[in-house]
Every structure is written in C-alpha cells, then in structure tokens.
Design a binder for this molecule. Structure first.
Ligand code: ASP
Length: 265
C-alpha cells in the first residue's frame, strides 16, 4: 500500500495525481489489493475524491465483508471513515500531460468513421498504471494495483485493475501479480489468476507463466505484468515497447528499467 501511495502521488504515472482523463475531462480511479496468506482482498472502482485509492481498497479489505465498492458507494464508504481517508477535489489529479492526451484521443475519435477499428491509444505506448508485488520476510505474498484507467473512457467504464483475478492476484501457494494494459483484454483472459493457475496446475515457474500470458495469449501492445513467487523469483513481462519497472531485495539488489536494461530475471 505504501509503495503504491508514493506512486499515486507521482504525476509521472497513471494513478492518483497524473491519472488519465475520462471523456468528459475528469478522473475516475480504480485500485485493488490482495493478501496472499489469507486471500483477503479489497478494491474500489470509479472513485473521484479519494487521494489514495489504494488506501481505500485496503480498508475495504480490512474493514468490510466485501471485496469491491464502486462509484457513489465507494465514496460513501470513504465518507464513513472520516479523516482516515484524505479527500481532494477531482481537479487535484489534473496534469497538463493528461489533458493533452485527452485532446489527442478525442481528436482521433472525431476523425474515425464507424467502420474504422483504430484503437484509441498508440498500441506501443507504455501504460502508466502502477502496481507492486511483494514477498515479505515471513514468506507471504501480496499484490496491489492503482490506475486512472484509459484516456477518454466513458460511462463508468471499469478496467481490470480493481478486478481481483484480472489485474491483481496474490496467493502464497503460487505468486503475487499486478497487471497494466488494455483492461478489457486482461478481464477477458483473467490474466492474473491464469498466471497463478498455470503455476498451480501445470507446474510452470512465475516467469514462464507470465511470458505465456503476455506473449502467447495477449496481443502485442496490450501491456505488461509484474510477478513474484514464494521463493522470491521475479517476473516482468511486457509486449509494449517498454515498461517502467524496478526490483529490490534484502540482499541489496536494486534495479530499475524502462526498456531492455536488465534481463537476468
Ligand atoms: N489496465 C488499466 C485499465 O485498463 C490501464 C493501464 O494499465 O494503463 O484500466
């Protein structure tokens, strides 16, 4: 949760400040978190005034019997927690960059005819959703994901990020997974849970299972995934031209990358 809060506060990423714009120029934020020891999980979709959606997702996990709250209900849940959930005006999430991207997307849409199949976003663009997967010193796994979704999204569209099993999954028996990319595809293929299932049923390693989903199931340009297993093996697969990523451990490893800087995963 804390790593993702830092990324939510960083305007370079598509979550919290810097979240992409909806078709009407606002921001609707999605997040989820999962505890691999207990399979406890929590998620929020379409929140507009919560500074740290990942914190609210954790409160759904820890303080309710439920897994996912969306829209007005999620805001009411935040209201009920008072000062424990910092609130901000929706414009708090604005940046010049995301406003420009919305103009570009709306401009492209205006040029399309009904018969075109052009995707809204550049298929090779790096997606900016943030995620974190962790193995702790007790051998437990956890995963979290936070996003503004896709630029120009309409009508309460929710992507994979708050859907447990699609954009986020953690189970101490297999792995912790967080995804970024075209959410509809990740929901369609149940990507995060499918990676865990391939490890469980087929005996695949985390890197192999992530590679199968990214390079054989999904299409080029769809996105990427980060994963870790209970031995601390790390996977970072993507089929975009790059993926902003980092890995650290208690032995002093600390690597960051965007393109193909390190491959010894
Ligand atoms: N997966 C996110 C969504 O579809 C977007 C992203 O990863 O950039 O909402």
């Amino acid at each position: 949760e804390l790593v993702i809060q830092i990324l939510e506060s960083d305007s370079n990423f598509n979550s919290g400040v810097g979240a992409v714009c909806t078709a009407t120029g606002g921001h609707e934020l999605d997040a989820s978190i999962m505890d691999g020891e207990t399979l406890a999980c929590g998620a929020v979709g379409g929140v507009t005034t919560v500074e740290h959606p990942i914190a609210l997702a954790r409160l759904v996990m820890e303080e309710t019997r439920h897994v996912l709250f969306v829209g007005r209900g999620a805001e009411q849940f935040a209201d009920s927690l008072g000062d424990r959930v910092p609130r901000v005006p929706n414009s708090f999430f604005d940046t010049e960059r995301t406003k420009r991207s919305l103009e570009e997307v709306l401009g492209r849409r205006a040029l399309e005819t009904a018969s075109t199949t052009a995707k809204d976003s550049d298929p090779h663009e790096i997606k900016g959703t943030v995620g974190c997967v962790v193995l702790d010193s007790h051998g437990h796994l956890a995963a979290g994901t936070s996003t503004g979704g896709l630029t120009g999204k309409t009508f309460g569209r929710i992507g994979d990020s708050p859907i447990i099993g699609a954009g986020t999954y953690a189970n101490d028996e297999t792995c912790a997974i967080s995804c970024t990319g075209v959410g509809e595809e990740y929901i369609r293929y149940g990507v995060a849970r499918d990676i865990a299932a391939r490890m469980e049923y087929l005996g695949m390693g985390v890197a192999e299972a992530c590679d199968v989903l990214i390079h054989e199931v999904l299409q080029p340009g769809d996105g990427g995934v980060i994963g870790i297993d209970r031995q601390g093996n790390v996977a970072m697969s993507y089929n975009t031209t790059g993926m902003v990523r980092a890995v650290g451990n208690s032995k002093g490893r600390f690597d960051i990358g965007i393109w193909e800087e390190f491959e010894d995963l």
